[in-house]
Write a protein that binds this ligand. Structure first.
Ligand SMILES: [Zn+2]
Length: 60
């Protein structure tokens, strides 16, 4: 069975992973109701709106 001749250096590992860190970066959208940053396809944690309707009550 073929075995790697050299240990992969920390720099090689880091540079390989660096590309996926930017590729898999989480998208952040702005809430149309309160302009707070929020994740797409999620209810806004600040105002509780989704699809310009109040879905959950956050001000308690
Ligand atoms: Zn909001």
């Amino acid at each position: 069975m073929a075995v790697p001749k050299r240990k992969t250096s920390k720099a090689k590992t880091a540079s390989r992973r660096a590309s996926s860190y930017t590729l898999n970066k989480a998208t952040i959208n702005v809430c149309p109701n309160c302009q707070e940053p929020k994740l797409p396809h999620r209810v806004c944690a600040n105002c509780g709106h989704y699809d310009s309707k109040e879905v959950i009550n956050v001000e308690a």
